[in-house]
Design a protein around this ligand. Structure first.
Ligand code: CTP
Ligand code: MG
Length: 395
């Protein structure tokens, strides 16, 4: 009979050390929330029959919006320590009686199917198995004053990762005993298993399988990814809308009071329309009219935010990122200067970019042409998009 193997994906922490507004496992890397990458690794693994997520009670909404559509049991709520969260996951798996369980930190999104294969092979052979890396730096012990007290022989040292794999019943019993005896200080399951007297065996970990812990880890992971996005493209966009009746215009997603409105099928936001065409241009993916035909009544009065979001999603779907958006607005009135910062912030927000990746500029046309005569507003835009080079691209 084939073994029943379950995986617990731990996402019950707050990610305090990484900073940021979101718990780290809900932040995006590779255009995907980290927790989703981690869940998918196990969901897609042919030998894993059940994946049990453990989340923080405050994250129910976040979790559902990201993973609600996946074929997963309901998430269980974690506890105040990692150890408590693992026990909650183990308890939830009791009904399915797995033979083995793998416990994985969702904050390790670079774990691979090959690593999971090794964990499964190792636990079948030894009953308790953990991924380990040799230590390559020299290791020293220091006292409270940072004075070196000794050098430790690194040959016998290992750095330990997850997924850690155990015989399910044995780990469950060890965890329950630790809880009963008030031992709540184990930072990984192997430490708890060792305490319970189990023999734990190391197998080869993966140097890329880092736990995203600090803000610096995120910066490093992002830049490693960006280095692979070396198909750098620039797209341009241009749009014009004529003045008509109304008391405001929408520019860059910002409502600006004005003696005229702008005529158009949607909200006539020339700035966002030019930006959308610039992004689509960089992708070689048609233009705004091709994706949102003016003949289609559903776009009547539509907020142009959604067009920009759509264009950004098209970039993400290609595994890429938008590196920069730049726009120049041409009009005699309204005055753009007072609204420039708000537009920049709004565009950055809708596009999911940091503020320094968005530029908004404006000029009059010195009374010349249709903008000079006050007949309408024009906007130019460029977008810099970084994509991964695909095989066959280079000729
Ligand atoms: N974890 C958990 N329940 C907890 C604490 C941690 O499920 N009470 C999970 C985290 O979500 C993470 C993994 O255990 O996937 C490893 O923990 P760690 O890297 O320490 O994450 P956080 O506790 O979230 O981060 P921090 O310690 O910086 O707050
Ligand atoms: Mg922690």
């Amino acid at each position: 009979m084939t073994a029943r193997i379950a995986a617990i994906v731990l996402a019950g922490g707050r990610g305090a050390r990484s900073g940021g507004d979101l718990p780290k496992q809900y932040r995006e890397l590779n255009s995907e929330p980290i927790i989703l990458t981690s869940l998918r690794l196990f969901l897609g693994h042919p030998q894993i029959s059940c994946v049990q997520p453990v989340i923080h009670p405050d994250d129910r909404g976040r979790y559902t919006s990201i993973a609600g559509g996946l074929d997963l049991p309901p998430p269980v709520m974690g506890g105040s320590t990692r150890q408590d969260s693992v026990l909650a996951g183990l308890d939830a798996l009791e009904r399915m009686e797995p033979d083995f369980v793998l416990v994985h930190d969702s904050a390790r999104p670079f774990a691979t199917a090959a690593l999971v294969d090794r964990a499964i092979a190792a636990v079948k052979a030894s009953g308790a198995a953990i991924p380990a890396l040799p230590v390559t730096d020299t290791v020293k012990e220091v006292d409270a004053h940072e004075r070196v007290s000794r050098t430790i022989d690194r040959a016998a040292l290992r750095l330990i990762q997850t997924p850690q794999a155990f015989v399910y019943g044995t780990l469950l019993n060890a965890h329950r005993r630790a809880a009963r005896e008030g031992r709540r200080d184990f930072t990984d399951d192997a430490a708890l298993a060792e305490w319970a007297g189990l023999t734990v065996t190391a197998f080869a970990g993966d140097a890329d399988n880092i736990k995203l812990t600090t803000a610096e880890d995120f910066v490093r992971a992002e830049s490693a990814r960006a280095a692979g996005l070396d198909d750098i493209r620039t797209g341009m966009g241009f749009d014009v809308h004529a003045f008509g009746d109304g008391d405001h215009v929408m520019l860059g997603g910002v409502r600006i009071a004005h003696a005229h409105g702008l005529k158009g099928h949607s909200d006539a936001d020339v700035v966002l329309h030019a930006l959308v065409d610039a992004i689509l241009g960089a992708l070689g993916d048609g233009d705004i009219g091709a994706h949102f035909p003016p003949s289609d009544p559903q776009w009547r009065g539509a907020s142009s935010d959604r067009f920009l979001r759509f264009a950004i999603e098209r970039v993400k779907a290609r595994g890429g990122i938008v590196a920069h958006l730049d726009t120049t607005i041409v009009c005699e009135a309204p005055k753009i200067g007072p609204h420039r910062d708000a537009m920049r912030a709004r565009i950055a927000d809708v596009a999911g970019l940091s503020l320094d990746r968005v530029a908004v500029k404006a000029t009059t046309s010195e009374g010349l042409g249709f903008t000079g005569r006050g007949e309408g507003i024009a906007a130019y835009a460029t977008a810099t998009v970084r994509l991964r080079r695909t095989i066959g691209d280079v000729r």
